[in-house]
Design a protein around this ligand. Sequence first.
Ligand code: 5GP
Ligand code: SF4
Ligand code: MG
Length: 461
Amino acid sequence: CGVFGLYSPEPADLAWLTYLGLFALQHRGQEAAGMCVSDGERFHVDKDLGLVTQVFDERRLDGLRLPNARVSIGHVRYSTTGSNLRFNSQPLTTRTNKGILGLAHNGNFVNAREVRNGMLMEGALFQTTNDSEVMLNLIARESHMDLVEATASAMKELKGGYACVLMSRTQLLGFRDPHGVRPLVIGQRPGADGHVGAWVLASEPCALYAVGARLVRDVQPGELVWMDRDGMHSLMVEPKRPTPCSFEWIYFARSDGALDGVDIHESRIRMGEQLAREKPVEADIVVPVPDSGIGAAIGYARQSGIPFDYGLYKNPYAGRTFIAPTQEARELKVKMKLSPTSAVRGRRVILVDDSIVRGTTSRQIVNLLRDAGATEVHFRVSSPPITHPCFYGIDTAARKELVASTHSVEEIRELIGADTLAFISERGLRQAIGGQGLCGACFTGEYPAGTPLLNDVDKLA
Ligand code: 5GP
Ligand code: SF4
Ligand code: MG
């Protein structure tokens, strides 16, 4: 998912700015979009299934516009827990003794089920199957605390990988789990003649730039920040060893930015270079699977000296295939999205992609290239084999669907029909990304932010 938030000391068209921010984050979730806007008194919410541009037409944006708007949050959804239903879309809102609150979250709480069950026993009510409602109820429950204290207390109770934005009528809050598994960045817009500009929170820097803000810094692992009339404030609630999700660099994040100080595009090029060093092969051209394989293919070509070429055309109107919820839908989408160019005819092709999850897309693509006359197809992958499910918000599917959890590399090669198949090593990946620490649980099975006790156990099976 993608989250976005604004606090503006001066009145601004926050509905429109939030729309722009969400549009920039569309790649993080295509199932639903929503936002809340407040002017200190009124609190407007609108959300629905669909893309940002589908949900928010002019009429619906007008319904969210407040002349004196000060605070807003937004969300684009990619369902992991809670099914693809309208009542599960975000932001989620609730009335509390701290006034009305809106919450948008990215990630998963691994102990949400236990916390929810505990609260049900105490008489709490839940309206959705969404994890965020547990967070919101925890905050609401601490009626003797102010919003910042209550949020800090909820952060201590919930485990997992998450990044959230939360708003009241007068405050914007943002927080990141103790390990910083999911990303969140802080930005600021320039203020009009000497005034303080609006504060912005977003999953990725691209959404800051979309609203004319500059990157101030990343929210730190375990940090809670809040913005109000007096500016920006910060509280380190529960910092632990930072292990941001390596998949943000491999695949998820847009390439026009940096997270935790590491540039996304450059890191993908380094992954490709590393892959070429580790798994060289003789061939005529290096072809990326667009878009997610482009950075690594550039790196592979650079390091190997084999020319990069566009062997696959991607229909620019097609979205991300993995977001399609069923296998059939994903296969149809590959056909709608990719077709081979003449570059591959009569050539030995090194095909570079960011990951193999189920293996089905990869098989289709290898077939496409062979049908188009490629004489050899050597598949190179810029992430290690994905053998374990993600419990922190990336939908890499249940364990039994992960082809690498049940097949050896040689078996996968045969399944996808490639001449050779090789993955980057885990060490090589860590080197290519750099930084302090990384979550690589889907490659190693070592989960830095814990695993679920009760829910999702079938995912592990
Ligand atoms: P596969 O061959 O495993 O079906 O698909 C691999 C390709 O699809 C890669 O290009 C990857 O970017 C994308 N992909 C497909 N499904 C998923 C998914 O569930 N999660 C992620 N992160 N990427 C996926
Ligand atoms: Fe990212 Fe994998 Fe960790 Fe999930 S398990 S947070 S996808 S590195
Ligand atoms: Mg891809």
